[in-house]
Design a protein around this ligand. Structure first.
Ligand code: ATP
Length: 264
């Protein structure tokens, strides 16, 4: 690593002054912490000792090539895949042994890649499903908030989710996750398969969601867009964190530009 702005996190914890994100709000309150997490699929070690932090109010992005372990990291946090060793903390509480559905009521929501909406249910019914963790509370304000963020969903409120376009399904997946009123939102490839215009819109909405108080951990193939909206980022490579820095520094880094931002 020749660029001295870059931080090799295999050696340096993220709390050092060198890696503190100047632009991040409230960087001292960590809502999400991973400590030396190892996650396997059978004998394949997909995550090889990842440690990372996300502070309250931040947008943090994980970027890296196909198979680097970005999705597995999110799945490990949200309880859909358990780490073999290591610690995951949400608001200071260890959660690596808690079931996924319980984590939703602790303020963690996961909008997985591939959309995964309930295709035979309407848009509205999908949103209702997102609020399953608090069935007795009124959800009108949450539905209004989602429809304000995604006016296309309001127009298609009674339409079956399976008949929506890819971009609309993507919006619905995010909207459904928001129905749980998460304090931390895990977003996996929200721009996957979207047109450039819709991609722009989705990233604007991610910024809006964050401005409304939700902390976001964002996995993206579109590293340039992700670094544009994020406060900080981590670069993953074959299950390890290669680099960690402010998003601005990562976007300016020559190695990152060549490897992930499509520059030769
Ligand atoms: P992509 O952008 O392609 O989704 P990624 O960075 O999200 O990549 P992961 O999907 O987390 O990477 O995959 C990390 C590693 O784990 C890869 O080597 C992948 O082949 C492997 N892997 C992922 N899912 C499984 C699975 N269900 N069974 C076995 N290996 C898996």
């Amino acid at each position: 690593m020749t660029d001295e702005r870059m931080t090799d996190t295999t050696a340096t914890p993220m709390t050092s002054a060198a890696t503190a994100p100047a632009a991040s709000p409230n960087p001292r309150t960590m809502v999400l912490e991973l400590e030396d997490v190892h996650t396997f699929y059978g004998n394949i070690e997909a995550i090889k000792g990842i440690s990372l932090e996300v502070a309250a109010g931040e947008i943090v992005t994980l970027i890296g090539s196909n198979g680097a372990g970005k999705t597995t990291t999110l799945r490990t946090i949200s309880g859909t895949h358990r780490p073999r060793t290591g610690v995951v903390r949400l608001n200071g509480q260890e959660i690596q042994s808690l079931p996924a559905h319980e984590l939703v009521s602790h303020g963690l929501a996961h909008a997985p890649e591939g959309r995964r909406v309930f295709s035979r249910m309407t848009v509205f019914e999908n949103l209702q499903m997102g609020a399953f963790s608090r069935p007795k509370e009124p959800m009108d304000a949450d539905v209004t908030r989602v429809f304000d963020l995604f006016p296309r969903l309001r127009e298609r409120r009674s339409q079956k989710a399976g008949t929506l376009s890819g971009g609309e399904q993507q919006m619905l997946a995010i909207g459904r996750a928001l129905m749980a009123r998460p304090t931390v939102l895990l977003l996996d490839e929200p721009s996957m398969g979207l047109s450039p215009i819709l991609t722009e819109q989705i990233f604007t909405i991610i910024t809006d969601i964050n401005a409304q108080g939700t902390t976001v951990l964002l996995v993206e193939q579109n590293a340039l867009m992700a670094l544009n909206v994020a406060h900080r980022g981590y670069v993953l490579q074959t299950g390890k964190i290669l680099l960690a820095d402010t998003a601005a520094n990562l976007a300016a880094n020559e190695q990152v530009r060549q490897a992930y931002l499509g520059e030769i």
